[in-house]
Design a protein around this ligand. Structure first.
Ligand code: HEC
Ligand code: HEC
Length: 230
């Protein structure tokens, strides 16, 4: 009996060692996440989310955070967050229509909560374990390169129309999507390519249209984001 218990303990010990989700830091991170973040964020499967559920979301999904964010960016952003979506998570109720065009009603925007650097590290470890949709990531093979900035800008704004929803410079561009001038430090390159290729496979209720771009067009856009992120 004693021997059996010992074997059991050894086996359990090995299992514990081998499963990353049970590491101490990420376990602390999970507790912090549950306490501080679940009022607004979800990390559960978003595949079958209904439009009304999507519209009730208070914050972007963190379901596939581990396939989306660069860990170093995530850790520092959680401690010192900066606004990513100029019009907030849902821009419609925060935009004033004026004679000069759409204006963001700054009074309706709140700053993101902050956590201590140590907590940011633990939460990051936990969030980086959330890696569904890896099959989509595996379809991409981005190596970052460069494009001519002027041509890249024309392509982004004029030909592909990305600038009507995204900023490619602080204060310039659309407000309904997240800014993209820090995209390269924030997001994994393969995620960027994949989201441009088929946004609806990541977020079935996304507002971003699938433009059915080919590999070369996607590569040019990713390289433009690389150039402006410097
Ligand atoms: C009061 C609601 C609220 C709480 C609580 C909250 N968040 Fe957020 N979070 C938001 C909103 C709104 C955004 C979108 C901000 C933006 O785009 O500028 C956001 C954005 C984010 C992003 C970027 C997501 C993306 O896809 O761009 C991350 C990562 C994040 N939050 C993590 C956390 C973590 C971790 C916690 C808990 C420590 C937390 N948030 C707590 C509302 C919240
Ligand atoms: C009609 C508006 C619209 C257009 C046009 C559009 N997007 Fe988006 N885009 C969005 C929205 C909305 C999201 C998702 C926002 C969210 O998760 O809150 C998004 C997300 C993204 C993301 C992921 C960023 C992140 O932080 O989550 C990338 C990369 C991106 N778009 C690139 C592009 C590129 C490149 C183009 C041009 C080919 C483009 N988008 C055109 C609205 C748009």
């Amino acid at each position: 009996m004693k021997n059996h218990m010992l074997t059991l303990k050894l086996v359990l010990g090995l299992v514990l060692l081998q499963s990353p989700e049970l590491s101490h830091a990420s376990e602390q991170g999970q507790k912090l996440y549950q306490k501080k973040c679940t009022a607004c964020h979800s990390i559960s499967d978003n595949s079958n989310i209904s439009l009304s559920q999507r519209l009730q979301e208070k914050a972007p999904t963190l379901y596939y955070a581990g396939n989306k964010f660069n860990a170093a960016w995530l850790e520092q952003w959680l401690a010192v967050p900066k606004r990513l979506r100029p019009g907030g998570h849902f821009f419609l109720n925060k935009v004033k229509v004026t004679e000069d065009g759409d204006l963001i009603d700054e009074t309706k925007l709140v700053n993101h909560m902050t956590v201590q650097p140590k907590e940011a590290k633990q939460i990051t470890q936990y969030l980086m374990l959330q890696t569904p949709k890896s099959d989509l990531i595996a379809l991409e093979q981005v190596t970052l390169g460069k494009v001519n900035r002027t041509l890249g800008e024309k392509d982004f704004n004029k030909f592909k129309g990305c600038g009507s929803c995204h900023q490619d410079e602080d204060g310039y561009g659309g407000v309904s999507g997240p800014e993209l001038y820090t995209a390269i430090s924030r997001l994994k390159p393969n995620f960027i390519a994949s989201y441009i290729r088929h946004p609806e496979k990541w977020d079935p209720k996304t507002l971003m249209p699938n433009r059915h771009l080919n590999d070369n067009s996607i590569k040019k856009l990713v390289n433009y984001l690389n150039v402006i992120s410097e």
